[in-house]
Each structure stands twice: as structure tokens, then as C-alpha cells.
Design a protein around this ligand. Structure first.
Ligand code: NI
Length: 140
């Protein structure tokens, strides 16, 4: 029996979409106003989905206290109110929200051991959201 738990977290950060392998003109053509040299900010909403069997004793897939404290320490404190372009993880990749999903998923998968990490979904705006499941197909 496998069950899923999704929890939502909020943080704010700025970024500039700019690929060092492209010319300034290409960057402008590809990223448009998101290539503005001064960057811009988003209020990101991150949904973390974990999966596992329901513990017969606790009745839970994962204790939210464990998930919340992990996300607070390893993700929110890392990314909240930062310029994503300045962080080590975005020196070789562009801080798009696709890549942010991958980073958040990889941090969880590497170090969170209380449940399996199923999926990370990030809403960047009311109109955009991105999902990553470690290369697995996402089941709906
Ligand atoms: Ni943006």
C-alpha cells in the first residue's frame, strides 16, 4: 500500500535568465525581459510530494515535523531572499524554475530519509508551474 503526502512551502528569490554560452543577442532573443541585467523576483510556491507505505502504528507516510524541519533547514534557508544566480548550484546552469525543481528534488532525494521523494512541483507565477520527479514519469 503506497500513499502520497504533499506539502507546500513558500519562498521568495530573484533571478536573471542568462546563458553564458550564448551571445547577448541570443540571450535576449531566448529569454526576453527575463534577461534584464538587473533580474526580477518571484514568490515561489514549492510542493514536495513524498510517498511510502502508511506506518501501521502512526498512520502516517511521513511525519510532517520531519519534512518541515528538513525543508526549512536545507531548502528555505538556502534559497529564500537570495539572488539565485549567485548560488553555487547555478554557476553552471541557468536558474530557470525547471533547474530549481531539479536542485530542490536532488537535495531532498540525497538527504531526506523519512520517506521516498516522489515529486517536486514549483509554481513560479499564477500561470507557470514546473515539475520534476528525478527522471521518472509523473503519474497523474
Ligand atoms: Ni523569472
Amino acid at each position: 500500500m503506497k500513499a502520497y503526502l504533499t506539502r507546500r512551502y513558500l519562498f521568495s528569490a530573484s533571478h536573471r535568465l542568462h546563458c553564458v554560452e550564448m551571445s547577448d543577442a541570443e540571450n535576449k532573443a531566448v529569454y526576453g525581459k527575463c534577461n534584464n541585467p538587473h533580474g526580477h523576483g518571484h514568490n515561489y510556491s514549492v510542493e514536495v510530494t513524498v510517498a511510502g507505505r502508511v506506518d501501521p502504528r502512526t498512520g502516517m507516510v511521513c511525519n510532517l515535523v520531519d519534512l518541515d524541519s528538513f525543508v526549512q533547514e536545507k531548502i528555505l534557508e538556502r534559497f529564500d531572499h537570495q539572488n539565485l544566480n549567485t548560488l553555487a548550484e547555478f554557476q553552471a546552469t541557468v536558474p530557470t524554475t525547471e533547474n530549481l525543481c531539479v536542485e530542490v528534488f536532488d537535495i531532498l532525494e540525497r538527504d531526506f530519509h523519512h520517506a521516498e521523494i516522489e515529486k517536486v512541483r514549483i509554481e513560479e507565477t499564477m500561470l507557470n508551474s514546473f515539475e520534476y520527479a528525478g527522471g521518472r514519469e509523473i503519474r497523474y
